[in-house]
Design a protein around this ligand. Structure first.
Ligand code: SAM
Length: 286
């Protein structure tokens, strides 16, 4: 695929443009150049994108776009790509990554339009680089469900995966999500990366149970990515009694006592009968 953005006037088509996740200095020269020469910008929220355009000193026509925009809106955009430079942006970061765009790209491809991506900031990738956790294999899991049962089920799907796990999260849900992760995955190492590229950027690392305790009461402000290390290879995970209790509580929310005790005992190499007794105590205390 030739790079039409190198020439003076980009060819007509769809341009997927990543924008900063905080620090406006992270806009790439190529992204700024394509935005400047766009005929139309399809934006998740035109008010947010207007601020970026104003920072770049640009005035470009915009139209709102979401994946739940109706078929007609999408078809009209795809039609315009035949002879216009249509740029897709989201509020921040890389479009399509927990953001709108997939259906527009799908339909643009189906219609044979030129599709070009301009890569750039992405909070998931930035967090992986900050975390100090294995980066050779990772799964981007987006946002966890907010309801406890759906969240535990989703976490259980990832438990056996030999890869780091990356989740997007918000401050008010952070403590509950970390506790659920500790319960479902064991006390793995993890990182909470917050406000990346912004003034109060921080990356707090530690075992999941420790992070869950830290954020149980203190709700942090701003935008957050959680990164969790892969499971330790083939050996039962080490865990203190508090972690065992967290895992038992999570398992008890889903299963009968005997099954919950068996599962947690296997994961942590503990005695099944001991954990059965402990599970009964925890259940009795509810
Ligand atoms: N498309 C974006 C990207 O490429 O990262 C993600 C959009 S998603 C709707 C927004 C979520 O990304 C936030 O809730 C947060 O979990 C994460 N995020 C975005 N900016 C961030 C930042 N500066 N620091 C930490 N997390 C961020």
């Amino acid at each position: 695929m030739p790079d039409s953005t190198i020439s003076n006037s980009p060819l007509p088509g769809l341009y997927i443009v990543a924008t900063p996740i905080g620090n406006l200095g992270d806009i790439s020269a190529r992204a700024a150049s394509v935005l400047a020469r766009a005929d139309l910008i399809a934006a998740e929220d035109t008010r947010v994108t207007a601020k970026l355009l104003s920072h770049l000193g640009l005035r470009v026509p915009m139209t709102p776009y979401h994946d739940h925009s109706d078929e007609r809106t999408r078809a009209a955009l795809v039609a315009q790509m035949a002879d216009k430079v249509v740029v897709l942006v989201s509020d921040a970061g890389t479009p399509l990554i927990s953001d709108p765009g997939y259906k527009l790209v799908r339909d643009a491809r189906a219609a044979g339009r030129l599709v070009i991506t301009l890569p750039g900031p992405c909070a998931a990738i930035a967090a992986i680089t900050l975390s100090g956790l294995p980066s050779d294999r990772f799964l981007f899991a987006g946002f966890l469900p907010s309801k406890a049962k759906a969240r535990a089920d989703t976490i259980a799907e990832f438990a056996g995966l030999r890869a780091s796990l990356v989740f997007y999260e918000s401050g008010p849900r952070l403590g509950a999500s970390l506790a659920a992760l500790a319960g479902g995955l064991g006390n793995r190492d993890a990182a909470v990366a917050r406000e990346i590229t912004k003034l109060y950027e921080e990356c707090v690392t530690g075992p999941l149970a420790e992070l869950a305790a830290r954020y149980a009461e203190a709700t942090p402000k701003g935008e957050i990515v959680i990164v969790v290390a892969p499971p330790a290879d083939g050996v039962a995970e080490e865990a203190d009694d508090a972690t065992i209790d967290t895992a038992l509580r999570a398992a008890l929310a889903e299963q009968p006592v005997a099954k919950a005790a068996k599962e947690v005992a296997k994961r942590f190499g503990r005695d099944r009968h001991d954990l059965y007794a402990r599970a009964l105590t925890l259940k009795g205390g509810e």
